[in-house]
Design a binder for this molecule. Structure first.
Ligand code: HEC
Ligand code: HEC
Length: 432
């Protein structure tokens, strides 16, 4: 973790940072803290977990430095606190004070305390979307590297007021990490999903480097490779997307998805060690058993917020992702994720395939996050749409354009934009 001096350019963030959190910051000059915008629609910070990274509203990568983590946690806690009733605000105030004092002089403890407070706030807020908020925040915790520690009870034993409160609410149970399903791979196998070889195996075939112009969001310090695997006896495809540091060539992040061509069922893995909760990087990241890493049954980042549609894959045509024989990416039946986590799913499409102009070639998925329990605005899928409509869809030569779409595509693109901006409801009008 890098500690550095923030160049707070946003009064909002600066004002929100408590004195306690400011004490985390040391004096080496570094990049400014990216703006953390609060959504007008949800009242929550707009952040997108994406392949182990965290992006802000304009898809800038928020690096997990101490001050960035502090800024994100503070943005959550400040905005969530506003949603409390007056009674809850009164209860919250001594808990907050206690939590912040308990870790004075211990920067990591302070971040943990803030994360505990976030859980308290989510649990005591009036939102109907609690489960979704937890799910989003768990991914933020994993990004911040707080997750492995949070699974122990350290956090509670050091925070008497919080502990009492949380135990009273049975909330300390909630903190327990979701255990990985013991039989995830077996369930995948029974659903005719190809099982990926261990990482480092020569059965993974390099397809090339992903063209950064078309990726959803780029971290300029990394390159992304595409690997594929197929099992001659189990039709379908496994794709793996390792991100390597340009200087050291080390793998930082690595996601794997396998889909059955017969059943459409899909399975997910992420290079986070199941027992320690740590990302496997360096030498450990080059060679590891698939059974040793987190899978769709317990990984915190919700892959299905973006990986949805008729097939699980998000393929930018014309890039290394566009694999062909023997890799089969279009299944005989519409894709279904294998997960067990309640916020995972592949909800019914917004537009069925065949519906010209936009859905002429493929369905258009629905936009709401966490299996459609979050509103479509500020959704990760909306961000993907915006990017591809500006760059690759329906073709790289003639993209439709998001803000001022080509007339032929305007009815659909305008409708998508209205849904994404929260102006119209799903299935609504086509005005501009
Ligand atoms: C915020 C949206 C988002 C989330 C969340 C997300 N992905 Fe992706 N993923 C993408 C996009 C977009 C692509 C296409 C390449 C690119 O632009 O990065 C992609 C590509 C991939 C690929 C290459 C095959 C393909 O579909 O193109 C794999 C493997 C992958 N993701 C794994 C995962 C896993 C595993 C998770 C959950 C831990 C996950 N992704 C979560 C957006 C997302
Ligand atoms: C001429 C056929 C065609 C039309 C029309 C078309 N697409 Fe696509 N689209 C494709 C193909 C081919 C792929 C990649 C194959 C796959 O994902 O299985 C794709 C992939 C996508 C993806 C997922 C991959 C990515 O790049 O993130 C999105 C989202 C998408 N299209 C949106 C749209 C939208 C929005 C429109 C209307 C503006 C549109 N498409 C019109 C052919 C088309």
């Amino acid at each position: 973790m890098r500690y550095s001096m923030p160049g707070f350019n946003k009064a909002l963030v600066a004002a929100a940072l408590s004195a306690v959190l400011l004490s985390l910051l040391s004096s080496q000059a570094q990049e400014p803290v990216p703006e953390i915008r609060i959504s007008e629609s949800t009242g929550l910070p707009i952040v997108y977990p994406y392949h182990g990274m965290l992006l802000n509203h304009d898809l800038t990568v928020i690096q997990p430095t101490a001050e960035n983590i502090a800024a994100v946690l503070t943005a959550f806690n400040t905005s969530l606190e506003e949603t409390l009733t007056d009674t809850s605000k009164t209860r919250f105030s001594p808990i907050k004070a206690d939590a912040r004092q308990a870790f004075a002089g211990n920067p990591e403890g302070q971040l943990l305390a803030e994360a505990s407070l976030t859980y308290w706030l989510i649990d005591n807020g009036s939102s109907q979307q609690q489960r979704s908020y937890y799910s989003v925040f768990k991914a933020v915790e994993a990004w911040a590297g707080l997750a492995p520690i949070s699974s122990s009870r350290i956090r509670f034993s050091k925070l008497p007021a919080v502990t009492t409160e949380l135990q009273g609410m049975g909330l300390d149970q909630f903190f327990a990490e979701t255990p990985a399903a013991a039989n995830y791979i077996e369930t995948c196998r029974q659903s005719r999903v190809p099982i990926p070889p261990d990482w480092g195996s020569s059965q993974w075939i390099l397809q090339g480097t992903l063209d950064g112009n078309y990726t959803f969001a780029g971290d300029p310090t990394n390159i992304t490779q595409v690997f594929a695997y197929s099992d001659p006896n189990v039709p379908g495809a496994c794709l793996a997307l390792p991100r390597r540091d340009k200087d050291t060539n080390e793998i930082g992040l690595l996601g794997i998805i396998c889909q059955s061509a017969e059943t459409g069922k899909a399975c997910f893995w992420d290079n986070i060690d199941k027992t320690t909760g740590q990302r496997l990087s360096g030498a450990a990241g080059e060679k590891f058993a698939i059974t040793s890493i987190q899978d769709g049954s317990n990984v915190a980042e919700n892959c299905t917020n973006c990986h949805r549609g008729y097939n699980v894959f998000l393929i930018h045509p014309g890039t290394a992702l566009e694999v062909s024989d023997p890799f089969i990416t279009d299944p005989a039946a519409r894709y279904e994720p294998i997960s067990g986590q309640p916020t995972w799913g592949n909800p019914a499409p917004l537009l069925n395939a065949g519906n010209a102009p936009c859905a002429l070639c493929h369905e258009i998925p629905t936009f709401g996050g966490n299996n459609n329990t979050l509103p479509p605005f500020d959704s990760a899928f909306c961000k993907i749409l915006e990017g591809v409509v500006d760059k690759t869809m329906p073709s790289i030569a003639k993209p439709a354009g998001w803000k001022t779409p080509a007339p032929k595509f305007a009815p659909h693109v305008n409708m998508f934009r209205e849904i994404c901006e929260g102006v119209a409801v799903a299935g609504g009008g086509s005005g501009g």
